[in-house]
Design a protein around this ligand. Structure first.
Ligand code: NAD
Length: 521
């Protein structure tokens, strides 16, 4: 193995970040490793269930004062945060790369995403959180107003693959809505979240409103879910089910952003070169460790050979290596467990008849967890990766005879997160999209178009999730709506005498109302 570059982030800085959780000499410590060479770069406290309960209690008291802040003061914190994230881009890229081992361009996506999310919700919050007059039961007689109150404390449980985006972009709308947040980042990637906490405080977020607890998911998950008023979970479908069960027992509302086995469809009229470049990004961005990345490609037989050749050529052109600069396209996988899963999936598929068109092997010469971008064909239905998410740089290529077959096979999955359609006729692409059972569909893009359209909802159908992030829903899910209806005249109940007249009058009233609603705009 060539010498891996050592992290540009100092141990002292990482220690400072970790001290925000609790003094390091008061707890057992959890080592954090750099995937580039598996070295320990720092430690964070191994929090206990008691730590979680006390973080929730502190968040609760701090949250009450925060919720009383005028909305424009709350939004100002996130407007400053937007600038701070962009100003300190390089330092933050170093932290993200250190603990994920991803390529720098992949880490950059997270920074752009968090800044854009801060800007979007800072602009949206005042309008969406404002109380709104609604149509009352009887026009002019009943006044109805919809209010949105913070839920209280929001618990956020996030994964390691996009440690900034999936921790902080989820926290921003929760905080803006007037809630406190207790975040449990993944065991492997706590420093990115702690960096964000530090900067948010510098931007004016009051102490204790945003708490980070570090430690093991199975140990901290239950006390966190028990204590909070809403749970936002991003991670695997398997753990998502456990989170939902616990939340269900406590009648705590939750949103679950889970796994995917995302299809890409190349139609017979696609620009094949463009589709091949888009597919490379879709399959191998973040070394495939992306919930919305592409793991299945269905290509129409009319363009199958041409697409395959272009896709293989583009994939072989990717550079794979470690480095804290933009010199390489693809970085490392997170750890041994994931590398072994990727190897097992490919070996199993090959044993059952698949052919490797590109890649197909680990690269220990570059670092302990590097794996080449891999294209498989002839994958049989009994191969594990035919249905199961690999969550690595591996894609299966299938030839189909028609668009209907491509749609049918794309939908033949327990998952329903993201899909991609390539065609020169965008209207045709949108018609195909409407027939796909996924929460997002990108036409002539792989995943970034839908993800970066923050104004539109994002999430999974079927086993890929419950609820949505982004858009107004991504803010309002962190509120309790309350309707206050004021009756200005009389009561909406039958009088003591004259019930027949009241019944006839109410029936006539409804008939007239229907007529009016048919003619009025
Ligand atoms: P994971 O489910 O193993 O872990 C996610 C988080 O849950 C971590 O913080 C972990 O500590 C915590 N956790 C583990 N056990 C827990 C428990 N019993 N109770 C509460 N929390 C617990 O997922 P992962 O391996 O970190 O991430 C990869 C998975 O996440 C993939 O399946 C991927 O598709 C999915 N993902 C989905 C999205 C999305 O937006 N839909 C985004 C990123 C990743």
């Amino acid at each position: 193995m060539t010498d891996a570059p050592s992290t540009p982030v100092s141990r002292t800085r990482l220690n400072e970040l970790a001290q925000q959780v609790t003094p390091l000499d008061e707890r057992e410590l959890l080592p954090v490793r750099a995937p580039y060479d598996d070295s320990v770069v720092g430690e964070v406290p191994l929090c206990t269930p008691e730590d979680v309960r006390s973080a929730v209690a502190d968040a609760q008291s701090a949250g009450e004062a925060w919720a009383a802040w005028p909305i424009e003061d709350r939004t100002a914190v996130f407007a400053r945060f937007h600038d701070a994230v962009l100003d300190r881009r390089e330092a933050l890229l170093d932290v993200i790369q250190t603990e994920t081992g991803k390529a720098r361009a992949d880490a950059l996506e997270e920074i752009l995403d968090v800044a854009a999310t801060a800007r979007y919700y800072a602009n949206l919050a005042e309008r969406e959180l404002a109380s709104k007059q609604r149509a009352g039961a009887i026009p002019l007689v009943t006044k109805a107003v919809e209010h949105h109150h913070p839920v209280g404390v929001v618990g956020i449980i996030s994964p390691w693959n996009y440690p900034l985006s999936l921790s902080v972009s989820e926290s921003i709308p929760a905080l803006l809505a007037g809630n406190a947040v207790v975040l449990k980042p993944d065991e492997g990637t706590p420093f990115t979240a702690l960096w964000a906490l530090d900067v948010l405080r510098e931007c004016g977020l009051p102490d204790d409103v945003f708490q980070v607890v570090t430690g093991e998911g199975p140990r901290l998950g239950e006390p966190l879910i028990e204590g909070v008023d809403y749970v936002s979970f991003t991670g695997s479908t398997e753990v998502g089910r456990t989170v939902a069960e616990t939340a269900g027992r406590h009648l705590t509302d939750c949103s679950l952003e889970l796994g995917g086995k995302n299809p890409l469809l190349v139609l017979d009229d696609a620009d094949v070169e463009k589709a091949a470049r888009g597919a490379v990004r879709g399959c191998f961005a973040n070394a495939g460790q992306l919930c919305i990345s592409i793991e299945r490609i269905y290509v129409h037989e009319a363009v199958a050979d041409e697409f395959r050749d272009a896709f293989v050529r583009e994939t072989r052109g990717l550079t794979l290596d470690a480095g804290y600069d933009y010199g390489h396209d693809v970085g490392s996988l997170l750890d041994r467990e994931l590398l072994e899963k990727v190897e097992a999936h490919v070996e199993d598929a090959v044993e059952k008849g698949a052919t490797v068109l590109s890649g197909g092997r680990a690269r220990p010469d570059l670092g302990p967890y590097f794996y080449e971008p891999t294209i498989l064909t002839d994958v049989t239905p009994d191969a594990t990766l035919a249905d199961e998410e690999t969550f690595g740089p591996v894609v299966s290529l299938y030839e189909v005879e028609s668009v209907s077959e491509a749609i049918e096979r794309a939908n033949d999955s327990a998952y329903g997160l993201n899909a991609s359609v390539w065609t020169e006729r965008t209207q045709r692409g949108e018609q195909v999209a409407a027939r796909l059972e996924t929460g997002t569909v990108n036409v002539n893009e792989a995943y970034a178009a839908a993800w970066a359209s923050i104004d539109a909802p994002m999430g999974g159908m079927k086993d890929s999730g419950v609820g949505r992030r982004h858009g107004r829903h991504g803010l309002l899910k962190y509120t309790e709506s309350q309707t206050v209806a004021t009756q200005r005249l009389g009561l909406l109940s039958p009088p003591k005498r004259g019930k027949q007249v009241w019944a006839d009058g109410a029936t006539l009233g409804l008939r007239l109302w229907k007529r009016l609603s048919e003619v009025l705009p």
